[in-house]
Design a protein. Structure first.
Lengths: 249, 428
């Protein structure tokens, strides 16, 4: 009589032990949003695979956290809604701190520090009348330009930021340093003969972080710890050297 | 020395050692706490090293890397073949010089700003004048050298951050080691102190007590103890004193009982049972060494009349007085015994029948003239009759029988006289 009860108990214990593990495996597949046309932070390489500084950093973090990450492509103007709606868990995009973002999503620890540059023909200064400024839609730069009452031309991605300038639709652009580095490599862009000035406004530079869904607050601690670890074990610096000419942290 | 050292006089051993143990635990506890504090310091320092200093060092290394990058981009500005390449390098110079990682370090920010300004000027001039690059190159080399030195300084600054923490750790460890040594020393000192006290106050006294107990006897005086510190030891030593007293008292009681058993209760003379033993021994001794010995039997004359006239108490007084007179008159070595009633037996060692007869006669004479004072003040006199017999060649009983027969003769012949067996009376 005792024997079957014991077996039953063991079976129950095993089932009880397995159930959370199975659940955890499902939960572990983190939904990560990345950009695809924002070199050198996020882009598709020659074979079409996603890569870039931000992409490789989130890959390293997923590996460090020992979680499976499912990547999906998004754009900067829609990512805030997606993450706030819980459609994605992590936005592996360099996000500068803005009040709107802070109100809707969680920020991980900063993973690098950025600056923004004013690109324009010589003589065209920020705030000058009748100057239309190209910015990426949904970016902190767009928010800044609008707050100043400047006329803006919004590009969908960082990769397309040079288009309004080239087309003459915009006379200037506010460009994050990484995008600027990439554009300066482009001979066509250089032919525009723009000059760059560093913009010292605090809202255009400083800490850039990944965004975390407010529905997954527990992720913040894990991501922060993993980021700390890859900064120490050299993974971070290797990725830095791979995509950018100097240390951006 | 130890007594003064510890002030243990009259202290219970349990309490004293408990006090010592408490003191030890307290001292050792304090040492442990002190060491624990050092360990905490080491832990804090290593945690700080891990959580603050290492990221800080990494930050310095990245800054050094950026300054080095700045120098390289500067070189590239001079080495560039095309104005485009020069512009690209200049752009990176601008970014590095404006990046927060450089700006947050005052010295680096200043030099980076100078470098950027210098290089920007060079690039601007180079557009107009091809020789501008060559003429500025010397100055650039000086600037590049300054950048190189700053790279070294920043690297070292980063490393030194760790040195401070590690110095702190090693200082704490050294302190902990010293404290540990002191703690071990304290343990050692306490252990030695404990052993010394144990030896002085327990082991030595116990050895003295053992010695005292093994030699304790009635014949030996009570061993003198040095005053012990421990109450328990004092108690045992006092108990030994009491034991010794009790042994002495028991011996006295034993002797008293023995003499009670051997003496006649009324007169204090040897009783008949004891007399028979010692007389027999005396006779055997004399016969072995062929020495003369004589026995005698005596009886108070008309003693019944004394009893009837003056009462039994008076009779007892007379018997006691007679016994006293006998002890007084006869020699020390002569054995005298109350044989029964008013009858007495004698052994005269080293005396022939004649010598004994002279002794007995002297005794008879002094008895006859001795006034005995009764309890009511009256004086009475008693006479005695005695028979003597030579005992140098016959058993005690035989000799006593002969003496008894001689006594009978003495009575027959009118009392108050001494008669030797198988001889004529020697006197009245």
């Amino acid at each position: 009589m005792l024997f079957p009860i014991r077996i039953l108990t063991i079976v129950l214990l095993i089932v009880a032990g397995l159930a959370p593990a199975a659940q955890a495996a499902n939960e572990k597949a983190l939904r990560v949003a990345v950009l695809e046309n924002s070199p050198p932070m996020a882009y598709r390489d020659a074979s079409g695979a996603l890569t870039g500084f931000s992409v490789e950093i989130i890959r390293a973090l997923c590996e460090e956290m020992r979680v499976v990450c499912a990547y999906q492509v998004t754009t900067l103007d829609s990512v805030l809604d997606e993450i706030a709606a819980g459609e994605i868990d992590i936005a592996a995009i360099s996000l500068l701190d803005t009040p709107e973002r802070r109100a809707r999503i969680l920020f991980a620890k900063p993973y690098f520090r950025s600056i923004s540059l004013w690109f324009a023909k010589p003589g065209i200064e920020p705030g000058q009348a009748k100057v239309r400024v190209a910015v990426v839609r949904g970016s902190a730069q767009e928010r800044f330009a609008r707050s100043k009452g400047w006329e803006t031309v919004a590009a969908r991605t960082n990769g397309e930021l040079a288009e309004p300038l080239r087309a003459g639709v915009a006379q200037a652009a506010i460009i994050p340093m990484s995008t600027g580095l990439n554009l300066m490599k482009n001979p066509e862009f250089r032919q525009l003969e723009l000059v760059s000035t560093v913009m010292n406004e605090p809202e255009l530079g400083g800490d850039a972080s990944f965004g975390i869904s407010p529905r997954r607050p527990e992720l913040k601690e894990q991501i922060d710890a993993a980021l700390e670890r890859i900064k120490r074990n050299g993974t971070y610096d290797r990725i830095n050297s791979q995509f950018l000419p100097f240390r951006i942290n | 020395m130890i007594d003064r050292l510890t002030g243990f006089k009259g202290v219970r051993a349990g309490r004293a050692f408990a006090l010592l143990a408490a003191l030890f635990v307290l001292t050792f506890g304090i040492m442990v706490v002190l060491i624990a504090i050092d360990q905490q310091r080491v832990l804090d320092s290593t945690t700080r090293l891990q959580e603050q200093t290492v990221p800080e060092i990494i930050r310095f290394q990245r800054l050094a890397r950026n300054l080095e990058q700045l120098r390289q981009e500067g070189e590239r500005v001079f080495a560039a073949i095309t104005p485009q390449a020069r512009q690209q390098a200049m752009f990176v110079v601008t970014l590095v010089a404006s990046h927060p990682s450089v700006l947050e370090h005052r010295e680096s920010a200043e030099l980076a700003r100078q470098t950027e300004r210098f290089l920007a000027d060079v690039v601007r001039q180079s557009v107009r004048d091809d020789k501008a690059l060559a003429s500025s190159f010397e100055e650039w080399q000086r600037m590049a050298a300054r950048l190189g030195l700053l790279v070294d300084d920043v690297s070292i600054q980063g490393i030194n951050l760790a040195s401070n923490d590690l110095g702190d750790v090693s200082a704490a460890m050294n302190l902990a080691r010293i404290k540990l040594s002191v703690a071990l020393l304290v343990v050692g000192v306490f252990l030695v102190l404990f052993l010394v006290l144990l030896r002085a106050h327990l082991i030595h006294p116990l050895q003295r007590i053992d010695q005292a107990l093994s030699t304790l006897s009635v014949d030996q005086p009570l061993p003198a103890f040095k005053p012990a510190a421990m109450v328990e030891i004092q108690a045992v030593e006092e108990a030994i004193g009491e034991l010794h007293d009790s042994l002495v008292r028991n011996e006295q009681a034993r002797l008293a009982l023995e003499s009670l058993a051997n003496k006649d209760g009324l007169t204090g003379l040897t009783n008949r049972r004891h007399f028979m033993q010692i007389a027999d021994a005396e006779l055997q001794r004399a016969q072995r060494y062929r020495r003369p010995v004589t026995v005698g039997m005596a009886d108070l004359d008309f003693f019944k009349k004394v009893n009837d006239t003056y009462g039994h108490a008076a009779g007892d007084t007379v018997l006691r007085a007679f016994a006293g007179l006998a002890l007084e008159t006869l020699r020390q070595s002569d054995l005298i015994c109350r044989y029964g009633g008013e009858e007495f037996a004698f052994v005269f060692p080293e005396s022939t029948l004649d010598e004994a007869a002279r002794l007995a006669e002297r005794f008879r004479a002094s008895c006859a003239e001795h006034d005995i004072r009764l309890a009511d003040g009256q004086l009475v006199r008693v006479t005695l009759s005695m028979g003597l017999a030579d005992a140098s060649d016959c058993p005690l009983e035989t000799a006593l029988n002969q003496a008894d027969a001689a006594l009978y003769d003495a009575k027959q012949q009118g009392r108050n006289r001494v008669v030797a067996a198988a001889s004529l009376p020697v006197g009245e």
